[in-house]
Design a protein around this ligand. Sequence first.
Ligand SMILES: Cc1cc2nc3c(=O)[nH]c(=O)nc-3n(C[C@H](O)[C@H](O)[C@H](O)COP(=O)(O)O)c2cc1C
Length: 212
Amino acid sequence: MNCPKTDCQKTIEFRHACKTFCKKKIISDEDIRYILEAGRMAPSSFGMEGWKFLVITNQELKEKLRPLCWNQAQITTCSHLVVILAAIDALRPSSGIPQKRFARRRLPKEKEETYIKLYSEFLSEEITDDAKMFAWSSKQTYLAAMQMMLAAASIEIDSCPIEGFEREKVEELLEIDPKEYRVSLLLPFGYRIYPQSEHLRRDFEEVVEFIE
Ligand SMILES: Cc1cc2nc3c(=O)[nH]c(=O)nc-3n(C[C@H](O)[C@H](O)[C@H](O)COP(=O)(O)O)c2cc1C
């Protein structure tokens, strides 16, 4: 491609794992909604949208969370801390929710029933316990997370995906019932205070293999 950088390339280059945010710069309501909307629009397996985004701005709560998150500075310096939850019970046919998700497609009854059957069979074969449900559900939340990080970068807002936290303790503090949801990923947003770190990446040829 021999043309000026696309907006998408610029956005990808702007995003980096920001380690410290400027505490004084607060994201506007309009901008955080733009970011969250990008997460809401993410794709999900069977269109189940098995996620919820908790948006924390309360500084006291962020201070309480920080020691449970490897004492990482992003937690307390960010403007908005998004806690991405992965659904557990809601994804099971017994909750009645998958049926509602399929019903909104307005498919012919027969096709809808085929989908529900396929979904139920997939779950009973592959997702045999809560741990497997979390693994499946959590994978999908990462797509929502990436979509939010890119949306943020497109308006020059920084982020950092955070997996370095003690899940049970964070869930306890946030009073999350692990049968209902598990904390999948923490995603702080804000504005960088230091220059962006270099993107260190493996070579294209090492990562990509074309099969013709
Ligand atoms: C699933 C996941 C978990 C991560 N957890 C942390 C974390 O706990 N703390 C942190 O500072 N960075 C975390 N990172 C950021 C990575 O370290 C970072 O993306 C990687 O080193 C590449 O740097 P870049 O994103 O700035 O290009 C995480 C990234 C991913 C994808």
